[in-house]
Design a protein around this ligand. Structure first.
Ligand code: SF4
Length: 511
């Protein structure tokens, strides 16, 4: 086997597991070592010189479930492996999970406990108290082999916590099924290994990144409403466009609805940071809802401009993306006066019914350069074009784009943390691409496709204005799990803007 093939070593404890792994890998790309079952054999395999040249190591096999959420055939990726005496070793998990998702699997991530024997039901309940989600008999001891190299564990559940077992493969049907799934899943391991590196990588963090003042305010509004009025607190639309923020608030009692008609009469409803059209306010009033408005003040400013231009008889060209909630809210302020477009090449076809007084407004989260092109084209066609007193594209959007531009030239790839419905996050991907840097949008570390990182020396990381900073930490940790990294911050500007909360939340709920 060549040196390159030895760059990945996969440990498989049992003969049947090793056979499934070898068949799954079809002989290429990895050295598969059968270790034998249990801690002693795992320790011996960890000391073997066979893996000395490997760049990355993995364990593949079956496991027993501890978490009641796991079913036979589920795939578990270890976030860490633990010994019975409490020693925990971190594993590379997010990028392996992404590689599994690319193959069509939905892996479960969590700690795996390594235990000297497969326990009965009583023992599994004691294991559950440790917080581990699954149990095996080797991984934590095999982890000693890694000695700082990237290390991952992929296990397939063979039995559930309800069943007593003498041995994990004693359930013949479950065992065969698990081994079949293992065979199909193991190609994710070389995909994961392709993203690992023995050489140090630079990780450049764009600054500013992550939450803006409007998002911080909107989230705090929901948190304070929950504390003051108790759950449920209804929120019209996603409070900000981020999956993690929405899930977290849901867990704490927020109920997200699409329209105020879904909110019980008289209940409390929060309007999202993107703003609402006057029609929505009227609907809420009709239903006697207690409204708390989390519209970002910078969006409110655009609404005021739309009303001002409409009152003065202007035809308003709104530069923005159709279907975005902010655009719907702004358009609702002057529906008869506003025309929407998103690109410069749409300007020529614009029909403003012979209007001479023309004004433009923009969505707050556009790409600055693209919006400038559209406005320039509008000005060519309408030399007296009026515009907002100050830019509608908000400080947070332009600062995050400037930060990306400042480091894109140094990066082999840029990871942009944000949800797919986050306009400002998507613009960061486009800005990087225009600077010649491949960029990818991801919700969290479980979406880091290892192929993005293959052969890279410098990885940029940023986060859209609606993505929490904790996700940046998790992505950086996931990168560290793929090989040594050096992290550097690159700040282009400091941000200190803060917005005050609505009066009813500042005064403890008095309305
Ligand atoms: S991105 Fe800009 S407009 Fe949107 S919430 Fe943040 S500060 Fe407000």
């Amino acid at each position: 086997m060549s040196t390159e093939q030895r760059s990945l070593v996969v440990f498989a404890p049992l003969r049947v597991e090793a056979a499934a792994v070898r068949r799954g890998l079809r002989g290429g790309g990895a050295l598969v070592i059968r270790t034998g079952m249990g801690p002693d054999r795992a320790r011996a395999a960890a000391k073997s010189p066979e893996h000395a040249e490997a760049r990355a190591l993995a364990v593949a096999g079956v496991c027993g479930a501890i978490s009641p959420d796991l079913r036979p055939g589920d795939i578990v990726v270890a976030t860490e492996v633990r010994t019975p005496d409490g020693l925990a070793i971190r594993c590379s998990s997010g990028p392996l999970a992404a590689a599994l998702k690319a193959l069509g699997f939905e892996p479960h991530l969590g700690p795996i406990l390594s235990w000297p024997r497969i326990g009965d039901r009583d023992e599994r309940e004691a294991m559950a108290a440790t917080g581990a989600i699954a149990v095996d008999m080797e991984s934590a001891w095999l982890a000693e082999a890694a000695a700082g190299r990237p290390f991952a564990v992929l296990r397939v559940v063979v039995d559930t916590v309800e069943r007593d077992l003498g041995h994990v493969l004693a359930t013949v049907t479950g065992g065969i099924r698990a081994l079949r799934i293992l065979r199909r899943a193991v190609p994710a391991i070389p995909r994961w290994a392709a993203g690992t590196s023995a050489e140090p990588r630079w990780v450049l963090l764009a600054g500013p990144r992550s939450f803006c003042a409007g998002v911080e305010r909107a989230i705090e509004i929901v948190e304070r409403a929950l504390a003051l009025y108790g759950p449920p607190v209804f929120v019209r639309k996603e409070i900000v466009h981020n999956l993690h923020v929405v899930r977290d608030l849901e867990r704490r009692g927020a109920v997200f609805v699409n329209e105020v008609e879904e909110v019980p009469e008289g209940a409390t409803v929060v309007f999202s940071a993107h703003g609402v059209a006057p029609r929505v306010r009227a609907d809420a009033e009709r239903r006697h809802l207690q409204v708390i408005d989390a519209t970002c003040p910078l969006v409110t400013k655009v609404h005021a401009e739309a009303r001002r231009f409409a009152r003065a008889g202007y035809a308003i060209v709104l530069v923005g993306h159709e279907g975005h909630e902010e655009v719907e809210g702004t358009t609702g302020e002057a529906p008869g006066a506003i025309r929407l477009l998103s690109q410069a090449d749409e300007v020529d076809a614009l029909d403003l019914n012979g209007h001479r007084r023309v004004a433009y407004l923009t969505q707050t989260t556009l790409a600055v350069d693209e919006a400038d092109q559209v406005v320039a084209k509008l000005r060519e066609r309408y030399p007296d074009l009026a515009g907002p007193g100050s830019d509608d594209i908000c400080y947070a959007t332009s600062n995050r784009q400037d930060a990306v531009k400042a480091l894109a030239g140094e990066c082999d790839v840029l990871l942009v943390i944000g949800s797919t419905n986050s306009s400002n996050s998507r613009r960061l991907v486009e800005v990087a691409a225009r600077e010649g840097c491949p960029a990818f949008l991801l919700d969290d570390e479980t979406e880091i496709d290892p192929s993005w990182l293959a052969g890279t020396r410098t990885v940029g990381v940023t986060a859209g204005a609606s993505a929490p900073e904790v996700l940046v930490d998790r992505v950086v940790e996931a990168l560290a799990g793929l090989g040594p990294i050096e992290v550097q911050e690159r700040h282009v500007v400091a941000e200190s803007l803060q917005f005050t909360l609505p009066i009813e939340l500042r005064t403890g709920g008095d309305r």
